[in-house]
Design a protein around this ligand. Sequence first.
Ligand code: NI
Length: 160
Amino acid sequence: MAIRSVREIGDEVLTKRCKEVKEMTPRTRQLIDDMLDTMYEENGVGLAASQVGILKRIVVIDVTGEDPYVLVNPRILETSGEQTGYEGCLSVPGKTGVVTRPNYVKVTAFDADMNPYELEGTELLARAICHELDHLDGHLYVEKVEGELQNADQLQEEGE
Ligand code: NI
């Protein structure tokens, strides 16, 4: 198990466009394993390679804690509907904000063996897919927040 350090907002690497993965190498496979370990360690629902400082088009997502998806070179095929809700990011620790995303997303991607597949998601999975794919193009959710960015712990207190 290898945990990589997660880059935080202000780090230039988070603003860069990631590059296509041309072939799966042992090094890239290790990166994917480390990304999964890091996502679980940090209690995230998704992680993009740029968040650990590597500019490759790879994201990992798991919205249930037992159903991980690896998406290499993901591309959105279809979106529909709308959802508005709170979002957070391991690269923006302690913060949260309201973002509107599609409620349904269909993507095509390659898995860790470079086999192509399609993934459909609604609600949280759709939100996570959109959030992570934005990272690959150098965008953070804070650019899309409606109203103010809030402290995550403050919001929790308000909700109690
Ligand atoms: Ni993020």
